[in-house]
Design a protein around this ligand. Structure first.
Ligand SMILES: Cc1cc2nc3c(=O)[nH]c(=O)nc-3n(C[C@H](O)[C@H](O)[C@H](O)COP(=O)(O)OP(=O)(O)OC[C@H]3O[C@@H](n4cnc5c(N)ncnc54)[C@H](O)[C@@H]3O)c2cc1C
Ligand code: FES
Length: 594
């Protein structure tokens, strides 16, 4: 008989019929000396593992959260796909969203927070903002039961995919840029078995880190906490990272990058140079306490000053500006006045349109943020330090801190005379992210032909930067992999998330389904009569479903959406009926491809 070591365990079982999670049973039980057998399942708390049994009654395409341990997050996800049962971690390795609340399509579970997707067959991540996959756990089918064994140490441990380290392959891949895209490329090279030399060169003084929390959790984040991997990781996998090192020039003909007096020869080059926060050409823009937010040291300067600031002016009513306004106002409430200035008529007008932008403006106003819209900045005034911001409409705003959320300048300087630069400022590539012989570009700096339209686009999203690093690495290794995904981003303001998928540039129509006043809606962006993108708030899984529909090219017509002939549920059904399997071929590791 199995030995029970724990005296008490609270068990919660969440069943997830098809894809809609529902809490159906909550069972608290005390284990003394016998296995718990209730409602057709039992849990054993062994020394180093939990063993759980549930009824073997999942339907095809169903996923179910199964609580295995005492803490809320001690749960796994059991799924039935292609007639087989699979079990993976339930907690998303990004920031811990329960995957059971996400969307299972084919063998792919999509995270409800930021659209990461993982194959439930092997836990490998296909896309997302993070670098880790899911643990997988063995399941036995016995006497009408599914018996799941979960090693405790693996339960909520993020999984790093198998990688090789440096060997005797003489090939040298140089990656210029230590952002998430460069990091993703380096990891993918090692995952795919590349044993040559990898050098990441970054002008920043730190190892690659995640920038996205800086404008959302402004007062919480620490630099080390943002770092993607610790130093040992780079040592273990033989990845050289040259921090505080600026590449001054590149000789594409001779395949050299120049750093100071040194020439570093490459066999393959990845340009992942991202962008630099743009400082508009205005009088006074370089006064003290006028800051942009791109790097961690920018964040330190902003939060330092924000602690004592009485009047903050945010220039630019888009993502960085609005997120930072929300984070600072939330922290200091009435101690600080925050005014957001922009020449547009509502925030986010260019990306989200007037309706959705107006809704977000109201959300900010309800929380005390003020706006000066339709109002360009004339100059920033002060002596040494900023004191005021003068607007083109004649108003003058007092300011002891100015935050410039005025976009980025793509870092294309190194190659602008040698490679083609798109009008959007990105390094122009083909669909394989190749810019020239032996030269690739990925992340915020690449301008690539979007598969759905053929138009060159430059996308500034975290998921896309990670994905492109992955795609570029496979192409560097001679494994032809086109970039065929649907871009996704999220933004978080006042504890609400807006998620967006697609490429909506040049949209000429917006169809809103839902309640903008409550920020509970799905907005569809159409261009020339075709839905090209969508944004949503407070609508679970909307973008996870819509990004799949866009990828499968099964979005309903504008007319059907306008006349409400088709709902999100209908789109979900269409996506599910088409089926969809993990298509990433991640570095040859995905079991689904074998
Ligand atoms: C505050 C903030 C919040 C964000 N929030 C979100 C969000 O919520 N959702 C979302 O989807 N996206 C968000 N983004 C965007 C996302 O972070 C970017 O899309 C992503 O970081 C791009 O990664 P990258 O590797 O392409 O470029 P970058 O992160 O810009 O990295 C490029 C690196 O290259 C280095 N470099 C450039 N030139 C040289 C040179 N000559 N020599 C050496 N090194 C060089 C730079 O110093 C930098 O380290 C946010 C960005 C910021 C700044
Ligand atoms: S929590 Fe899953 S992608 Fe962010």
């Amino acid at each position: 008989m199995r030995k029970i070591l724990s005296s008490a365990i609270a068990i919660t079982l969440r069943r997830t019929p098809l894809v809609v999670p529902q809490r159906t049973q909550r069972i608290a039980a005390t284990l003394i000396s016998l296995p718990l057998i209730r409602y057709g399942f039992y849990t054993l708390n062994l020394n180093d593992a939990y063993e759980v049994s549930i009824e073997d009654n999942l339907n095809e395409g169903e996923m179910r959260e199964v609580q295995v341990g005492p803490k809320k997050e001690d749960a796994v996800l059991v799924c039935k796909v292609d007639g087989q049962i699979y079990c993976v971690s339930n907690s998303c390795p990004h920031v811990g969203a329960p995957l059971s609340a996400g969307f299972l399509v084919g063998d792919k579970v999509k995270c409800p927070f930021h659209n990461a997707s993982f194959s439930v067959k092997d836990g490998v991540h296909e896309e997302g903002p993070m670098f880790r996959g899911l643990q997988t756990f063995p399941v036995k089918q016995e006497n009408g039961q599914l018996v799941i064994r979960v090693e405790k140490q693996l339960l909520n441990a993020p999984r790093t995919l198998n990688m090789v380290t440096k060997g005797d392959d003489p090939t040298h891949v140089v990656i210029v840029g230590g952002g998430v895209s460069g990091q993703s490329a380096a990891e993918t090279l090692r995952q795919a078995g590349f044993r040559g030399k990898i050098t990441i060169i970054t002008a920043e003084d730190s190892l690659p880190y995640d920038r996205t929390p800086m404008s959302k959790m402004t007062f919480l984040v620490k630099q080390q906490g943002l770092q993607i991997r610790p130093q040992q990781f780079y040592e273990q996998y033989g990845i050289d990272v040259l921090t505080n090192t600026t590449v001054e020039s590149i000789d594409i003909n001779n395949q050299d990058v120049v750093v100071g007096k040194e020439k570093i020869h490459y066999d393959k080059l990845l340009l992942a140079t991202g962008g630099t926060a743009r400082r508009p050409q205005l009088d006074g823009v370089n006064l003290g306490n006028v800051h942009t937010l791109r790097q961690f040291n920018d964040l330190e300067s902003i939060r330092d000053k924000a602690k004592t600031a009485k009047n903050i002016v945010v220039v630019g009513a888009s993502f960085i500006g609005m997120e930072t306004a929300s984070a600072i106002k939330k922290e200091f409430k009435d101690q600080v006045n925050i005014t957001v200035v922009d020449s547009t008529t509502v925030p986010f007008e260019r990306v989200l349109g007037k309706e959705v932008g107006g809704s977000l403006q109201k959300l900010h106003e309800a929380n005390g943020v003020e706006f000066e819209l339709n109002a360009g900045v004339k100059r920033i005034g002060g002596v040494g330090q900023v004191q005021r911001v003068d607007l083109l409409n004649g108003k003058s705003l007092q300011a002891d801190l100015v935050i410039l959320g005025t976009g980025i300048q793509p870092n294309n300087k190194l190659v602008k005379d040698q490679l083609k630069i798109s009008p959007n400022g990105g390094i122009e590539t083909d669909v394989f992210l190749k810019a020239a012989k032996n030269v690739y570009a990925s992340g915020d700096i690449s301008s690539y032909p979007y598969w759905a339209t053929g138009e060159h686009v430059r996308i500034e999203h975290q998921n896309e930067a990670v994905r492109q690093g992955y795609v570029a690495a496979l192409n560097i290794l001679g494994k032809p992999t086109p970039l065929t995904d649907v871009p996704f981003f999220w933004t978080r303001q006042w504890d609400r998330t807006l998620a967006y998928s697609g490429v909506g540039q040049g949209f000429d129509e917006v169809i809103v389904d839902g309640d903008l006043t409550q920020q509970k809606f799905v907005a569809y962006y159409a261009r020339k009569g075709r839905v090209v993108a969508s944004a949503s708030m407070n609508t679970p899984n909307a973008q996870m479903i819509i990004s799949e529909a866009l990828r499968l090219n099964v979005m309903p017509s504008v007319e059907d959406l306008k006349e409400k002939k088709v709902s999100l549920d209908d789109i979900k059904k269409i996506v599910l009926s088409k089926g969809s399997s993990c298509h990433c071929k991640r570095a040859g590791q995905c079991q689904a491809q074998l």
